[in-house]
Design a protein. Sequence first.
Length: 255
Amino acid sequence: MITAPQGFRLSAATGLHKGDRAYQQDQVEVLPHGRVPGCALALVADGMGGKSGGRTAADQVVMIARQVFERFAPNADDPATMLRQLVVEAHLMIKLTAITADEEPHSTLAAFLVLPDLTGWTVHAGDSRVYHFRGSELVRRTIDHSYVQRLIDEGKISEAQANTHPQSNLLTGCLGTQQDPPVEVTQIERLEVGDTLLACSDGLWHYLSQKELGAIVNALSPREASEMLISKARQRARGTGDNLSLAMIRVEALK
Protein backbone atom coordinates (compact mmCIF):
# COMPACT_ATOMS: atom_id res chain seq x y z
CA MET A 1 0.00 0.00 0.00
CA ILE A 2 1.39 3.41 -1.03
CA THR A 3 -0.22 6.32 0.83
CA ALA A 4 -0.27 9.80 -0.67
CA PRO A 5 -0.94 13.15 1.01
CA GLN A 6 -3.98 14.13 -1.07
CA GLY A 7 -6.42 11.73 0.56
CA PHE A 8 -6.02 8.73 -1.68
CA ARG A 9 -3.92 5.61 -1.59
CA LEU A 10 -2.38 3.41 -4.24
CA SER A 11 -3.16 -0.26 -3.73
CA ALA A 12 -0.71 -2.50 -5.62
CA ALA A 13 -0.19 -6.16 -6.46
CA THR A 14 2.07 -8.25 -8.67
CA GLY A 15 1.74 -11.74 -10.13
CA LEU A 16 4.29 -14.06 -11.68
CA HIS A 17 3.87 -17.65 -12.91
CA LYS A 18 6.13 -19.97 -14.88
CA GLY A 19 3.18 -21.28 -16.88
CA ASP A 20 4.03 -24.54 -18.65
CA ARG A 21 7.56 -23.48 -19.56
CA ALA A 22 10.64 -25.12 -18.06
CA TYR A 23 11.93 -21.82 -16.72
CA GLN A 24 10.78 -18.32 -15.83
CA GLN A 25 11.95 -15.47 -18.08
CA ASP A 26 9.46 -12.76 -17.04
CA GLN A 27 10.19 -10.21 -14.35
CA VAL A 28 7.82 -7.85 -12.58
CA GLU A 29 8.23 -4.99 -10.11
CA VAL A 30 6.26 -2.27 -8.30
CA LEU A 31 8.53 0.45 -6.91
CA PRO A 32 7.19 3.05 -4.46
CA HIS A 33 9.28 6.21 -4.63
CA GLY A 34 11.71 6.36 -1.72
CA ARG A 35 11.25 10.08 -1.02
CA VAL A 36 7.85 11.12 -2.41
CA PRO A 37 4.59 9.57 -1.11
CA GLY A 38 1.99 8.77 -3.74
CA CYS A 39 4.55 8.18 -6.50
CA ALA A 40 5.18 4.68 -7.88
CA LEU A 41 6.60 2.93 -10.93
CA ALA A 42 5.34 -0.50 -12.03
CA LEU A 43 6.73 -2.64 -14.82
CA VAL A 44 6.67 -6.00 -16.56
CA ALA A 45 9.59 -7.35 -18.61
CA ASP A 46 9.14 -10.48 -20.75
CA GLY A 47 12.60 -11.86 -21.48
CA MET A 48 13.48 -13.80 -24.66
CA GLY A 49 16.58 -15.53 -25.94
CA GLY A 50 17.24 -18.90 -24.35
CA LYS A 51 16.95 -20.06 -20.75
CA SER A 52 19.44 -17.69 -19.14
CA GLY A 53 19.46 -15.04 -21.88
CA GLY A 54 15.81 -14.06 -21.51
CA ARG A 55 15.89 -14.00 -17.73
CA THR A 56 19.11 -11.96 -17.75
CA ALA A 57 17.53 -9.42 -20.10
CA ALA A 58 14.40 -9.10 -17.93
CA ASP A 59 16.52 -8.81 -14.77
CA GLN A 60 18.50 -6.00 -16.38
CA VAL A 61 15.34 -4.09 -17.27
CA VAL A 62 14.29 -4.22 -13.61
CA MET A 63 17.76 -3.25 -12.39
CA ILE A 64 17.92 -0.22 -14.70
CA ALA A 65 14.38 0.77 -13.72
CA ARG A 66 15.34 0.80 -10.04
CA GLN A 67 18.40 2.95 -10.75
CA VAL A 68 16.62 5.43 -13.02
CA PHE A 69 13.62 5.74 -10.67
CA GLU A 70 15.87 6.23 -7.65
CA ARG A 71 17.41 9.27 -9.36
CA PHE A 72 14.01 10.64 -10.41
CA ALA A 73 12.74 13.72 -8.56
CA PRO A 74 8.96 13.81 -9.20
CA ASN A 75 8.63 17.49 -8.29
CA ALA A 76 11.44 18.65 -10.57
CA ASP A 77 12.18 16.12 -13.32
CA ASP A 78 10.24 15.40 -16.51
CA PRO A 79 8.46 12.01 -16.26
CA ALA A 80 8.60 11.39 -20.02
CA THR A 81 12.37 11.94 -20.04
CA MET A 82 12.81 9.49 -17.15
CA LEU A 83 10.79 6.77 -18.90
CA ARG A 84 12.66 7.26 -22.17
CA GLN A 85 15.91 7.01 -20.24
CA LEU A 86 14.73 3.73 -18.72
CA VAL A 87 14.13 2.25 -22.18
CA VAL A 88 17.38 3.49 -23.70
CA GLU A 89 19.61 2.47 -20.76
CA ALA A 90 18.01 -0.97 -20.44
CA HIS A 91 18.36 -1.54 -24.19
CA LEU A 92 22.06 -0.64 -24.11
CA MET A 93 22.70 -2.81 -21.05
CA ILE A 94 21.11 -5.85 -22.72
CA LYS A 95 23.11 -5.25 -25.91
CA LEU A 96 26.37 -5.01 -23.92
CA THR A 97 25.59 -8.32 -22.20
CA ALA A 98 24.91 -9.97 -25.57
CA ILE A 99 28.47 -9.22 -26.71
CA THR A 100 29.86 -11.68 -24.17
CA ALA A 101 26.99 -14.21 -24.31
CA ASP A 102 26.25 -17.05 -26.70
CA GLU A 103 22.57 -16.19 -26.60
CA GLU A 104 20.72 -13.20 -28.00
CA PRO A 105 18.93 -11.71 -24.99
CA HIS A 106 15.91 -9.49 -25.66
CA SER A 107 13.07 -8.21 -23.50
CA THR A 108 9.76 -6.47 -23.83
CA LEU A 109 8.79 -3.67 -21.46
CA ALA A 110 5.44 -2.40 -20.23
CA ALA A 111 5.66 0.21 -17.49
CA PHE A 112 3.55 2.91 -15.91
CA LEU A 113 4.25 5.76 -13.54
CA VAL A 114 1.79 7.31 -11.09
CA LEU A 115 2.55 10.77 -9.69
CA PRO A 116 1.20 12.38 -6.47
CA ASP A 117 -1.01 14.78 -8.48
CA LEU A 118 -2.67 11.68 -10.01
CA THR A 119 -1.28 12.17 -13.47
CA GLY A 120 0.10 9.00 -15.02
CA TRP A 121 2.50 7.97 -17.73
CA THR A 122 3.05 4.77 -19.71
CA VAL A 123 5.90 3.43 -21.80
CA HIS A 124 6.17 0.12 -23.67
CA ALA A 125 8.20 -1.81 -26.21
CA GLY A 126 7.11 -5.16 -27.64
CA ASP A 127 3.87 -7.01 -26.90
CA SER A 128 3.62 -6.57 -23.15
CA ARG A 129 0.77 -4.18 -22.48
CA VAL A 130 -0.48 -1.45 -20.14
CA TYR A 131 -4.25 -1.22 -19.65
CA HIS A 132 -6.02 1.74 -18.01
CA PHE A 133 -9.45 0.90 -16.59
CA ARG A 134 -11.94 3.33 -15.07
CA GLY A 135 -14.02 1.03 -12.94
CA SER A 136 -14.54 -1.91 -15.31
CA GLU A 137 -14.41 0.18 -18.50
CA LEU A 138 -11.28 0.32 -20.64
CA VAL A 139 -10.01 3.87 -21.12
CA ARG A 140 -6.98 2.94 -23.20
CA ARG A 141 -4.40 0.25 -23.76
CA THR A 142 -0.99 0.32 -25.41
CA ILE A 143 -0.70 -1.00 -28.96
CA ASP A 144 1.72 -3.89 -29.47
CA HIS A 145 4.91 -3.63 -31.49
CA SER A 146 4.29 -6.90 -33.31
CA TYR A 147 3.84 -8.38 -36.77
CA VAL A 148 0.18 -9.28 -36.17
CA GLN A 149 -0.56 -5.76 -34.88
CA ARG A 150 0.81 -4.45 -38.15
CA LEU A 151 -1.55 -6.79 -40.02
CA ILE A 152 -4.46 -5.53 -37.87
CA ASP A 153 -3.50 -1.89 -38.59
CA GLU A 154 -3.44 -2.69 -42.32
CA GLY A 155 -6.90 -4.27 -42.11
CA LYS A 156 -5.64 -7.70 -43.15
CA ILE A 157 -6.72 -9.59 -40.03
CA SER A 158 -8.99 -8.99 -37.05
CA GLU A 159 -7.93 -8.86 -33.39
CA ALA A 160 -9.58 -12.25 -32.90
CA GLN A 161 -7.58 -13.74 -35.78
CA ALA A 162 -4.36 -12.23 -34.39
CA ASN A 163 -4.61 -14.39 -31.26
CA THR A 164 -4.39 -17.59 -33.28
CA HIS A 165 -2.08 -16.36 -36.05
CA PRO A 166 0.98 -18.65 -36.51
CA GLN A 167 3.32 -15.64 -36.32
CA SER A 168 1.67 -13.99 -33.30
CA ASN A 169 4.96 -14.11 -31.36
CA LEU A 170 6.95 -12.06 -33.91
CA LEU A 171 7.86 -8.63 -32.53
CA THR A 172 8.66 -5.54 -34.58
CA GLY A 173 10.33 -3.80 -31.64
CA CYS A 174 11.74 -4.66 -28.21
CA LEU A 175 14.85 -4.12 -26.06
CA GLY A 176 18.22 -5.66 -26.94
CA THR A 177 17.83 -5.95 -30.73
CA GLN A 178 20.19 -4.44 -33.29
CA GLN A 179 17.77 -1.65 -34.09
CA ASP A 180 16.79 0.89 -31.48
CA PRO A 181 13.59 0.04 -29.62
CA PRO A 182 10.40 2.05 -30.02
CA VAL A 183 10.03 4.59 -27.22
CA GLU A 184 6.32 5.31 -26.92
CA VAL A 185 5.59 7.46 -23.89
CA THR A 186 1.97 8.48 -23.26
CA GLN A 187 0.54 10.77 -20.60
CA ILE A 188 -2.64 10.00 -18.64
CA GLU A 189 -4.00 13.44 -17.81
CA ARG A 190 -5.87 12.39 -14.71
CA LEU A 191 -6.36 9.23 -12.70
CA GLU A 192 -9.51 9.02 -10.61
CA VAL A 193 -10.49 7.02 -7.55
CA GLY A 194 -11.50 3.59 -8.89
CA ASP A 195 -9.01 3.65 -11.79
CA THR A 196 -6.69 0.68 -12.25
CA LEU A 197 -3.48 0.50 -14.27
CA LEU A 198 -2.44 -3.02 -15.29
CA ALA A 199 0.83 -3.99 -16.97
CA CYS A 200 1.05 -7.59 -18.18
CA SER A 201 2.91 -9.91 -20.54
CA ASP A 202 1.29 -11.69 -23.49
CA GLY A 203 1.24 -14.89 -21.43
CA LEU A 204 -1.65 -13.27 -19.54
CA TRP A 205 -3.56 -11.03 -21.95
CA HIS A 206 -3.59 -13.69 -24.67
CA TYR A 207 -6.20 -15.62 -22.68
CA LEU A 208 -8.45 -12.82 -21.41
CA SER A 209 -10.61 -10.28 -23.21
CA GLN A 210 -10.52 -6.60 -22.30
CA LYS A 211 -14.03 -6.96 -20.82
CA GLU A 212 -12.91 -9.83 -18.59
CA LEU A 213 -9.82 -7.95 -17.44
CA GLY A 214 -11.90 -4.88 -16.58
CA ALA A 215 -14.56 -6.85 -14.72
CA ILE A 216 -11.99 -8.70 -12.61
CA VAL A 217 -9.82 -5.71 -11.66
CA ASN A 218 -12.94 -3.73 -10.75
CA ALA A 219 -14.67 -6.40 -8.68
CA LEU A 220 -11.73 -7.61 -6.61
CA SER A 221 -8.87 -6.15 -4.60
CA PRO A 222 -5.61 -5.93 -6.58
CA ARG A 223 -4.22 -8.99 -4.79
CA GLU A 224 -7.36 -11.06 -5.38
CA ALA A 225 -7.60 -9.83 -8.97
CA SER A 226 -3.98 -10.82 -9.57
CA GLU A 227 -4.66 -14.35 -8.33
CA MET A 228 -7.89 -14.64 -10.36
CA LEU A 229 -6.27 -13.42 -13.60
CA ILE A 230 -3.41 -15.88 -13.32
CA SER A 231 -5.78 -18.71 -12.43
CA LYS A 232 -8.02 -18.03 -15.46
CA ALA A 233 -5.06 -17.74 -17.85
CA ARG A 234 -3.64 -21.01 -16.54
CA GLN A 235 -6.96 -22.83 -17.02
CA ARG A 236 -7.36 -21.59 -20.57
CA ALA A 237 -3.78 -22.37 -21.57
CA ARG A 238 -4.59 -26.10 -21.20
CA GLY A 239 -1.02 -27.11 -20.51
CA THR A 240 0.61 -24.96 -23.21
CA GLY A 241 0.91 -21.63 -21.39
CA ASP A 242 3.81 -19.19 -21.57
CA ASN A 243 5.38 -17.44 -18.58
CA LEU A 244 2.93 -14.82 -17.38
CA SER A 245 3.37 -11.71 -15.29
CA LEU A 246 1.42 -8.67 -14.18
CA ALA A 247 1.71 -5.55 -12.04
CA MET A 248 -1.28 -3.41 -11.11
CA ILE A 249 -2.05 -0.30 -9.11
CA ARG A 250 -5.52 0.92 -8.18
CA VAL A 251 -6.35 4.40 -6.92
CA GLU A 252 -8.49 4.08 -3.79
CA ALA A 253 -10.13 6.61 -1.49
CA LEU A 254 -8.84 6.78 2.06
CA LYS A 255 -11.44 5.44 4.46
